[in-house]
Design a protein around this ligand. Structure first.
Ligand code: PLP
Ligand code: SF4
Length: 347
């Protein structure tokens, strides 16, 4: 059991997580940074290890895979900011993470040291001040919760001073992978006028250790609403029972499952990707088994920067004007008719 994070192939070998690395694996390690926290090593679970331990499969780059799979770069008004939807922006406050996930859609950018430079942050804040359509600022990275509580406090104050910012949302893996970072000082920093939501990235129930559970509790006790996002990963959580376990564990920890992401087209990640049909089948199975509050929305980020849309299963077929056939969660089929409406064009 290591106290230090695992950050290299030799660390992984010492921890017994890989045999002697091949030159292919060395190439992978040179291209995509390695990091696994002691907490995740302690979890000691194959489905957890597979998210952080590099494999030779990452050397396989498929033609459809992209450097910028979700097309963030095309929507950046100033360094560190992505503004695709009118009412919300993504602020890349740092490129660093506590762990480096082998399937990360930002794997080309993450891992560079340091927070967004102050001069860039000033430009981001200036843009936000003059763009009153923006109601929500989503902090991501990298992982915004690797920043010091002091730095986070300063950013919270700056955002709180912009009257049209109603919501500040953190997308983070920290409460789960590095729970010791959820300190009193951090929680105090989050106590600002805009509503702070924390979206926890987690993919398997085995990640929610006792320490993670306690960190989530510290956040909910402070009145911070918690949501989750997970990535559908072949061989890790592409199983109805595994997903049901994850979502039930989250609800038990007062976390509302928000999104299940179809795995993005990042380079060297095809071994993690399921088909869309497999994802929809899993969601259909869960629909009957799981409480509605435990169900996330299955979404895809359309490659090329066209945004996120739900990958809804085909519950509804249109059979005529105002007439539908609806399939229930068991597969039963039912007819449905809208109330008659006068044709507005004939009025
Ligand atoms: C995902 C994403 C958001 C947030 O989308 P929600 O559906 O509100 O969670 C905002 N901006 C960009 C650029 C995104 O990729
Ligand atoms: S923590 Fe998030 S941003 Fe960082 S490597 Fe994992 S998925 Fe990517």
């Amino acid at each position: 059991m290591t106290k230090r994070a695992i950050e290299s192939l030799s660390d992984l070998q010492r921890a017994g997580l890989i045999p002697a690395p091949t030159s292919t694996l060395q190439d992978v390690a040179d291209t995509f940074r390695i990091r696994m926290t002691p907490e995740m090593h302690k979890a000691g679970d194959a489905a957890v290890n597979a998210q952080f331990v590099p494999t030779e499969a990452e050397a396989v780059i498929r033609p459809e895979e992209l450097y910028d799979p979700i097309g963030d770069a095309a929507f950046s008004p100033t360094a560190g900011l992505t503004h695709r939807y009118p009412d919300r922006v993504i602020l890349h406050s740092t490129q660093t993470c506590e762990v480096y996930c082998r399937f990360c859609f930002r794997r080309e950018g993450v891992g560079q040291e340091g927070a967004l430079p102050d001069a860039d942050m000033e430009k981001v804040l200036a843009y936000l001040r003059e763009t009153s359509a923006v109601r929500e600022v989503i902090l991501t990275g990298g992982d915004p919760m690797v920043l010091s509580p002091r730095r986070i406090a300063r950013l919270m104050q700056a955002l709180a001073a912009i009257p049209h910012v109603d919501v500040i949302r953190f997308h983070t893996r920290v409460p789960v992978v590095a729970p010791q970072r959820i300190t009193e000082a951090l929680i105090e920093a989050l106590d600002v006028r805009p509503a702070v939501f924390v979206v926890v990235h987690t993919n398997h129930a085995a990640e929610i250790t006792e320490a993670a559970s306690e960190a989530l509790r510290r956040l909910t006790r402070a009145g911070i609403p918690l949501l989750s996002q997970s990535v559908l990963l072949r061989g890790i959580n592409d199983d109805a029972q595994v997903l049901a376990d994850l979502f039930r564990t989250l609800v038990r920890n007062r976390v509302k499952p928000y999104y299940l992401h179809h795995c993005d087209l990042a380079r060297g990640t095809s071994h993690f990707r399921t088909t869309i049909a497999e994802g929809q089948k899993l969601m259909q199975t869960l629909r009957g088994d799981l409480s509605g509050i435990a169900m996330p929305t299955y979404v895809i980020d359309i490659p090329g920067g066209h945004g996120k849309v739900p990958l809804v299963s085909d519950y509804l077929t249109r059979t005529g004007t105002g007439r539908y056939r609806i399939t229930d969660w068991r597969g039963g089929v039912h007819d449905y008719a809208d109330p008659p409406r006068e044709d507005p064009t004939s009025a």
